[in-house]
Design a protein around this ligand. Structure first.
Ligand SMILES: [Zn+2]
Length: 467
């Protein structure tokens, strides 16, 4: 309202001024190219004002014509970018939702609309991977290496590809490059640890593990356990190289993970070999209290030899003192009592080792075999022994080094599962009941309790069972 009033006021002032000018006295004569024009000063000034106004209008029109293509181009470009980013978003959503065709379609659209390869290359690579085109994905990842902004992401893509293809050497090379770029990224450190350890580069693995622990890339208990396993692996490598540092590393491994039975066994083996029987016995007693293992029985009697069977039974009473309730303790004492011909004591231990329901329940394979030996030795009862041996064949298997990831059973401990290569996969426990195995074209059930998959422990030095 105020603007309209102001406009009317302006028009009024101009019109009044024009009339006032036109009525001013004074004449002007112009002679030009044989023409003569007589008028008043007021009319001339009015004419000049009108011409100037028209010129200003013409200039504005020319400016509009000159600028409009540029403005139009800018508007078109903004629209393209907006549609490009939308396509990029839709593509990422399709990748996350696992829709290969949608992902490929949006990736092509984003690529055509956006002139920013760093943004679209990752989407193109992921869409290619989702479509199963690993070669195309690799091309995109390699192209990403050329650009400093996308190099790190490209390395990660190539690393994952190499890991899936089982190319450990290439994977290690990619992770080393990634580590050079960002040495504090959690996945870089955990991958560097894993791949260096696989490659036998235990120094780098240890450094990576330390850095990963420092930035909390691993939960503290897991990091400590990893360190212990790595130290035990180093100790085993050191013994193979006749390096006297092995015993110190094994000791440190046991200190970090007292329930790592393999560490106690290995340290005791080294101490016995060095003639330090008493020290070895102490290590075995401490480890038995945490994680009893049948190999410790043999080593304990090597560390502290006894003159007769009764003496050995007494020795084992000391070894098992830290875990008297454990089935392994009862089994060790039952065997020793059997050797010492203490039938009653052997039977008592076997009944406890059989579990809460005793011998009528589900005694393990070892308990059944020892019961067979007892029936034969004590009463010379071959029929009863035969019954126990039959029960042993279908009884729950004795504990072994079982991979907690894939369930494979190894003959000896190693840092990695020989079947699935999981680091620190092996635990001393009862093997899982195995599902029917597929042999040839037909499915066969290999007995009620098929023997578990057995793998010899990887490429790493293993504990010798007969040492
Ligand atoms: Zn495994």
């Amino acid at each position: 309202m105020i603007r309209i009033a102001l406009f009317c006021l302006k028009v009024g002032v101009v019109v009044a001024l024009a009339f006032w000018l036109a009525e001013r006295p004074g004449d002007v004569s112009v002679e030009w190219l044989g023409y003569r024009m007589d008028t008043t000063v007021g009319v001339l000034l009015l004419a000049v004002a009108v011409v100037a106004g028209l010129a200003a209008l013409a200039y504005r029109f020319w400016r509009f014509l000159y600028r409009s293509p540029r403005d139009l181009g800018r508007r078109v470009q903004t629209g393209r970018r907006r549609r490009g980013y939308k396509a990029l978003t839709q593509g990422m959503v399709a990748v996350a939702a696992g829709e290969p065709d949608e992902a490929a379609r949006w990736s092509r659209k984003a690529d055509a609309l956006l002139d920013e390869p760093p943004l679209t290359m990752l989407l193109s690579a992921q869409a290619a991977q989702l479509n199963g085109d690993e070669a195309a994905a690799k091309r995109y990842f390699n192209a990403m290496l050329e650009n400093p902004e996308t190099r790190f992401l490209g390395l990660r893509g190539l690393l994952n590809q190499a890991l899936r293809a089982g190319d450990q050497t290439a994977a290690l090379e990619y992770v080393r490059q990634a580590h050079g770029m960002r040495p504090r990224t959690p996945w870089v450190l955990t991958s560097l640890f894993d791949l260096s350890e696989r490659h036998g580069d235990l120094d780098t693995a240890e450094r990576a593990l330390r850095d990963a622990t420092r930035i909390k890339a691993l939960p503290a208990p897991e990091a400590t356990r990893h360190r212990a396993v790595l130290l035990l692996e180093r100790a085993m490598a050191a013994r193979a190289a006749e390096d006297p540092g092995a015993v110190k590393q094994a000791h440190e491994a046991r200190r970090l993970a007292p329930d790592l039975a393999a560490a106690g066994i290995f340290e005791a083996e080294l101490l016995i070999a060095a003639g330090k029987g008493r020290k070895a016995a102490r290590v075995l007693e401490e480890t038995w209290a945490q994680a009893p293992h049948p190999d410790m029985v043999r080593l304990y009697l090597q560390a502290l030899p006894a003159d007769d069977d009764l003496g050995r039974l007494k020795r084992l009473g000391k070894l098992t003192a830290g875990r008297t309730e454990h089935p392994e303790s009862h089994l060790a004492l039952a065997r020793a009592a059997l050797d010492a011909k203490l039938w009653g004591e052997a039977r008592r231990h076997l009944i406890v080792a059989a579990g809460p329901e005793g011998l009528d329940g589900a005694p393990s394979e070892s308990v059944c075999r020892l019961m067979a030996a007892l029936e034969e030795a004590e009463h010379d009862n071959m029929a009863a022994a035969r019954v126990w041996l039959d029960r042993a064949a279908t009884a729950a298997a004795d504990p072994g080094w079982v991979c907690r990831i894939c369930g494979a059973v190894a003959e000896a401990w190693s840092a990695r599962c020989g079947a699935c290569e999981a680091f620190d996969g092996l635990r001393w426990q009862q093997p899982p009941r195995v599902v029917p195995a597929v042999i040839g074209s037909k499915t066969e059930i290999a007995g009620e309790l098929a023997p578990p998959v057995t793998t010899t422990g990887a490429n790493l030095p293993a504990i010798q069972n007969d040492a």
